[in-house]
Design a protein around this ligand. Structure first.
Ligand SMILES: [Mn+2]
Length: 346
């Protein structure tokens, strides 16, 4: 048992108003099943915990969105080969239009001062959720930027040109920062992203990286983006890494603080605790390290939005599918509860 959080929020008018968007979308990558995650998370009792134990007022339309009316006619969303690309973008029109619709949904909650929880879906959906939060924060706080904490095994910062797979779930950070622009070959693809939706690369911090493509390493270096890999966590411990991460985004003790969007890919956790995910990488975060990241972000009082993505109940890792999925869903629910204020004592 736990009680509602006692942490005061700095960038939200009330600390107990939560908007939820459930996104059943898998088009940013090629494995089916990740679209079933929101239902699985909800069926396991996540919303009851949020409302009854953590005492949030929940704003949710009761729908796991499939975005049927936003999807292109089957057979028309052809792979988009951009000049110099190794691989064509897969499902470019679908991902662009679904993330645009999600941006509007998240904005709707965030503009009313609600904390927004987006349950994915694959990580391409963060293009919509982060964009919607960033726009609302700018409007509500006199043009203020927000910080983006990206917890992931991967950097997800390929451009359409650098990507080896063409899967857009490996590109969201490049579109959100403007490092990637709408492709000349079809400017409608992510043409809806404007400056008001974007995140400043200097306000991004990565945690948990361990599978970063060579072109992505160059992008991170060229743009001076702060990243804490598993090596850093091994060296300093997760406590010190979180101190350094918050310091970088001006959210440490004595600093002014800024709104934080937490985008948590369940594959940041070690496959031992979260096996049911599309691109597992060994050597990841323990469950406690993942929960700790979420607890620390909650304790700042600056959290304005969270994504939980890439839970895929249809994938089994090395174990029986049902057990793997159940453990991964449990881990995902724990991360969300910690970010929303669950603590071990009190
Ligand atoms: Mn990711």
């Amino acid at each position: 048992m736990t009680a509602p959080s006692t942490i005061a929020t700095k960038f939200l008018p009330a600390k107990d108003q939560l908007g939820l968007v459930a996104v059943g979308f898998s088009g940013g990558q090629c494995k089916s099943g990740v679209d079933a995650a929101p239902s699985a998370l909800i069926e396991s009792g996540l919303l009851a915990d949020i409302q009854e134990t953590l005492e949030y007022t929940l704003y949710h339309d009761g729908v796991v969105h499939g975005y049927a009316k936003h999807l292109p006619v089957p057979g028309t969303d052809l792979p988009l080969r951009t000049a110099g690309a190794k691989a064509p973008m897969i499902n470019p029109i679908a991902v662009s239009s679904v993330t645009h619709a999600l941006c509007d949904q998240v904005y709707e909650h965030a503009s009313k001062g609600r904390l927004v929880l987006t349950l994915g879906g694959d990580h391409s959906i963060a293009i919509g959720s982060v964009a919607g939060t960033a726009k609302a924060i700018r409007e509500r706080h006199n043009g203020s930027e927000m910080a983006l904490v990206w917890v992931d095994a991967h950097a997800d910062i390929n451009t359409p040109e650098s990507s080896g797979s063409g899967n857009i779930h490996g590109m969201p950070v490049s579109f959100l920062t403007g490092i990637a622009r709408p492709p000349k070959e079809n400017p409608d693809v992510f043409g809806w992203i404007k400056d008001e939706h974007r995140v400043n690369p200097s306000k991004i911090v990565y945690i948990g990286l361990r599978d970063v493509d060579i072109p992505e390493k160059k992008i991170l270096k060229d743009h001076g983006i702060r990243a804490f890999s598993m090596h850093d966590i091994d060296k300093h411990g997760i406590g010190k890494v979180m101190d350094m991460a918050l310091d970088h985004i001006n959210c440490g003790p004595g600093q002014e603080g800024m709104p934080i969007h937490l985008s948590f890919d369940v594959d940041a956790l070690d496959p031992y605790v979260a096996p049911s995910t599309g691109t597992p990488v060994r050597g990841g975060l323990t469950l406690r390290e993942g929960d700790f990241i979420c607890e620390v972000i909650h304790e700042t009082g600056y959290l304005v939005a969270m994504d939980l993505v890439e839970v895929n109940p249809a994938l089994s890792g090395d174990g029986p599918e049902s057990i793997s999925a159940r453990e991964t869903i449990r881990a995902g629910c724990s991360l969300v509860r910690c970010a929303l204020g669950e603590c071990l004592l009190g």
